[in-house]
Design a binder for this molecule. Sequence first.
Ligand SMILES: *[C@@H]1O[C@H](CO)[C@@H](O)[C@H](O)[C@H]1NC(C)=O
Ligand SMILES: *[C@@H]1O[C@H](CO)[C@@H](O)[C@H](O)[C@H]1NC(C)=O
Ligand SMILES: *[C@@H]1O[C@H](CO)[C@@H](O)[C@H](O)[C@H]1NC(C)=O
Ligand SMILES: CC(=O)N[C@H]1CO[C@H](CO)[C@@H](O)[C@@H]1O
Length: 349
Amino acid sequence: MKTATRIALAALVLPLLAAAHKEAHTTEEIEVQRALQAAAYHCAPAVAQFTAERKRSWAQKVLGGRPSLAGYEDLFDPQTYADLDVQSGQKLLSCVEEQEADIRNNSCVLAPEVTQGPYYHSEAHLIRQNIAEFQFGLLTLLDIGVIDVETCLPLPNALVDIWHANATGDYAGHPFPFPGLENEMPATEGIRKGLKTGYPRLKGYEGENWLRGAWPTNARGVAQFSSIFPGYYTGRALHIHTKVFTDWTPQPNGAFKAGRLAHTGQFFFDDDISETINKMWPYSTNPIRDTHGRVRNWNDGLNIFNDSQGPEGHYDPIFRLEKLGAIIDQGLVGFITMGINASAAYALA
Ligand SMILES: *[C@@H]1O[C@H](CO)[C@@H](O)[C@H](O)[C@H]1NC(C)=O
Ligand SMILES: *[C@@H]1O[C@H](CO)[C@@H](O)[C@H](O)[C@H]1NC(C)=O
Ligand SMILES: *[C@@H]1O[C@H](CO)[C@@H](O)[C@H](O)[C@H]1NC(C)=O
Ligand SMILES: CC(=O)N[C@H]1CO[C@H](CO)[C@@H](O)[C@@H]1O
């Protein structure tokens, strides 16, 4: 991260508006959330264009040296991206008139604010792109775009912080089962149906940081990560957590000091693709595979998947996945775009 860029950006940062919106509870909070989501709709064509460019860039980067691969030519055929092309005459990444724009068709997400859950490490994650460390699993590259819903422009220098479970459903620092809760059964009813207690970090595992990391968006508003496809645990659909900070400072230990929190959300995966991957090793060794099994998106605990689609259900919080090679074992790249309000700030929790 270049210091000059940071200083330039810091100068642009508006005075902190300390609206506390971790989760929308009050009528006012719900209204703010609704306004944010509604504002995002008109960015759909900009997001579509944004994603199409990123897909082309990946296709060229990944398959550039291997033209003998079947399907290689398709990657350079504009028809391959037909669903993502903007209508002729539109300016790239500019705001457009509000129109009927179904974001579901645009390989993106403009996620509302959802809870961070119990597995965040508040002393901050390391600033790094490769978060896999020595975790086994299917190579999954994450291409995460950030746009500002107020301008529909990609947002550079926003720190995208992510964390997720490993292939068999554990978070770094929180190995299951927690001592004393070995025989805990998931809740059978209510909003916590299917969930177990959110286990606190276990002593002796404080140093574990795998599958956690943060990286700033580049000049084109994109943060890319190398990781593995996540695994599942009781009560929750497969997901990756994220927070976006528009103000942050790198620390000498490689982590960051959080400033303005602009977004808290979760990304999901297509249930059919998850089903395929969960047949692969080591996903197939998930300890709850034959008992509780994997929770489908529609049945997500705390209703987080449904809530992530926004009050009108128009948001698509699902990564669009493409194979990196000819077969799935060679890995995937997932595209998603977050719409955030760069001038809003939420309470750090
Ligand atoms: C973005 O946040 C600012 C500051 O809280 C607020 O005034 C504005 O209405 C928000 N915009 C949207 C689209 O929610
Ligand atoms: C996931 O993490 C847990 C806890 O550290 C570990 O026991 C398990 O082996 C890991 N899963 C895989 C597939 O490596
Ligand atoms: C989520 O929405 C779907 C479709 O509307 C519905 O069938 C399902 O019951 C909802 N899930 C929860 C946990 O309420
Ligand atoms: C290309 C594409 O995904 N089109 C879909 C857009 O959304 C409508 C309604 O959900 C679907 O019917 C199309 O298949």
